[in-house]
Structures are given as C-alpha cells and as structure tokens.
Design a binder for this molecule. Sequence first.
Ligand code: 8X3
Length: 245
Amino acid sequence: MKALVTGATSGIGSAIAKRLWQDGMEVIATGRREKRLSELIAEVGGSRITAYTADLSLPEAAESLCETTGPIDILVNNAGGAFGLEPAQRASASDWSEMIKINVEAVALLTRAYLPGMVERGSGLVINIGSVAGEFPYPGGNVYGAAKAFVRQFSLNLKADLAGTGVRITDIEPGMVGGTEFSAVRFKGDLEKAAAVYQGMNPLTPEDVAEVVSFVAALPSRVNINTISMMPSDQGFGPFFVSRQ
Ligand code: 8X3
C-alpha cells in the first residue's frame, strides 16, 4: 500500500505519515518545509518513506506531484489551515484568498490529479481532513469554516461520482487538536494567543486523528466511511447568539 500525506511537515499530517508508516505502508510525505520532511524521514528511519517538497497552492503543483510520485493507493489531503479569527468585516482579504487556495483549490486539484489512475486501477482511497468548523459556525470562522464545508460537500459529491468504481472517499472532521501549529498559524505566530485556545481543556492530539485515518484505511474495500466528526470530550456547541436592544 502506498499512501501520500500532504502537510506532513507538522502536527496532524506528520502524525498520519508516521502512523501509516507504522501500519506497514509505503509513505510519501509532502509539505513546503524540506528540513521538516528530512526530520520526519530520520525519525522513522528512512526505508518505506519518501518526501517531496511541494507548495500545493501553486498552479500546476498537483499535476506535477502526481507525475513525480506515480500511482498511489491512498491520498490523505491533510494540508490546510486557518488564517485569522477576525469578524468577516475586518478580516484580511489576502488571508481569505490564501485559505481558499490551500483548503479548497489545492484539495480539489490534487484529488483530481490522482483520481483517473485510481479509477482505472479500480481501487483507491481519498481521505480528506476537514473540520467541525465546516459543519458548525463560530464567530471568526467565516472563510475557514466555509472552506471546510467545501471539503465536506466535495467529499460527498466525490462519493456520488465514484460509487461502483472501487475508489472510496472519507472526510474526517476533527475539532480542537492540540500540539499542532494550527492556532499559532491562525494568530500569525502569537504563541500566547495560540496557547490560550487550549488552556484548561484537554484537546485531541494529532495521534488521535491519525488513529482514525489508520482505522479508515484498514477497513475492507467494501466499506466506505463518508464522514467522521470528532471532538475532544471537553469541546461542545454554543447556544444561538441573540442581539438584544
Ligand atoms: C479546527 C477545529 O474546533 O478549532 O479545524 O475550529 S476548531
């Protein structure tokens, strides 16, 4: 089994790459930071793992990565992220554009690049890492949540197209995950603000998400898990907000 994991330079992606490697798969790890990829390879010991630096927000990156790696059995679209937590009317337009590029366009184009080969071979599994933010709105979630809603519906629509082809598609939607760069990136490197997000609660770990990826990947080929929503026990839902005079 050959699995490609995007965003494998840190957090959830790195944990998924390691977990699938531990499961005995051949792993292709991609990300923007070459040094981090080398560290990952050194950590797992070198064999059965290859790394390619790729910036999937660039045009042609998906096609060129697909040509470089050749056929794969599992595509894990993990790369993505949130920039900013400002209300929509104050949010940065370039943050919005960047979020659409990495969470929407890159996921769609990379999937599109690998699908024909998977369908031709009559087998394959695409695992998208969505987010609970794609289902539940929260203040400041604006384009990030909307982009993850795209991932959810894209996954379901892929399922509609791929039924009967032998290619399976799953959207795994985690809530708060600690030990990643997610909040540091969202708050543009403000580590104090990032740490405050997880203060006094017990978030999911990247390994928790990797465990679910491993579970989905190990299922018999007749089974397609459409969507998995997962949250820390300490996370929940807010009530409706009402503006009162
Ligand atoms: C991020 C999940 O709950 O921190 O994808 O918004 S949450």
